[in-house]
Design a protein around this ligand. Structure first.
Ligand code: G3P
Length: 220
């Protein structure tokens, strides 16, 4: 499973990149707005840090304008994936951009039927939102499982990107469900490292080593 960071913050992206485990980045208009720089400039900077798929979202809501905006975004860098909302106009724009060879990420997906439409329109990625469904007492993970099953049934090549992940269990369950990609905030990526027995075990290893090789002056 690929790991993406769901942020437009350059410091977070740099820190993730240093670990060597970040395959791409997803952004949305809210995340870009938080950073306060024009979309094109911010996306270009992100592309300079991570050599992988970088999703940049359109803000138009009619297909014609989405296609125009999508073409502009795709010109920023070869790794840009154009993000489109899963509405009628978004699906229309997805079909048109896909035919031109522009890769798309259809976002704000909340049902398996919507994901079917994205695949039919030739989406490169579909983004089902897990946490936002959990928020309204509906299983977000069932959505991931159902989309993966449907895509497998028919051999769709659209990648399932589990989005709106809020904690490490969401990440593990997305992997078990067969999601191709999990995107997460930096905080969740950082949490994936943690286990108290890892810390305790390392402390003991270092203590034992120091007792014999440092306190005695021997070289170990
Ligand atoms: O990738 C979608 C993500 O940004 C939404 O996350 O936590 O706002 O539901 P959240």
């Amino acid at each position: 499973m690929k790991i993406f960071l769901d942020t437009a913050n350059l410091d977070e992206i740099r820190r993730g990149a240093e670990w060597g485990i970040v395959d791409g980045v997803t952004t949305n208009p809210s995340l870009i707005a938080k950073e306060g720089r024009p979309v094109e400039e911010q996306i270009r900077r992100i592309c300079e840090i991570i050599d992988g798929d970088i999703s940049a979202e359109v803000v138009a809501v009619d297909a014609k304008e989405m296609i125009r905006e999508g073409r502009q975004l795709a010109k920023i860098h070869k790794n840009v994936v154009v993000k489109l909302p899963l509405i009628r106009e978004g699906i229309k724009a997805c079909a048109a951009l896909s035919k031109e060879g522009i890769r798309t990420n259809v976002t704000l997906c909340f049902t398996p039927a919507q994901a079917l439409l994205a695949a039919k329109a030739g989406a490169y990625i579909v983004s089902p939102f897990v946490g936002r469904l959990d928020d309204i007492a509906t299983s977000g993970m069932d959505l991931i499982r159902n989309i993966c099953a449907i895509y497998k049934n028919y051999g769709f090549t659209t990648q399932v990107l589990a989005a709106s992940l809020r904690h490490p269990i969401h990440v593990t369950e997305s992997a078990l469900a067969g999601a191709h990609i999990a995107t997460m905030p930096f905080k969740v990526l950082d949490q994936l490292f943690n286990h108290p027995l890892t810390d305790k075990g390392l402390e003991q290893f270092l203590k034992d080593h120091a007792k014999v090789f440092q306190e005695s002056g021997a070289v170990g």
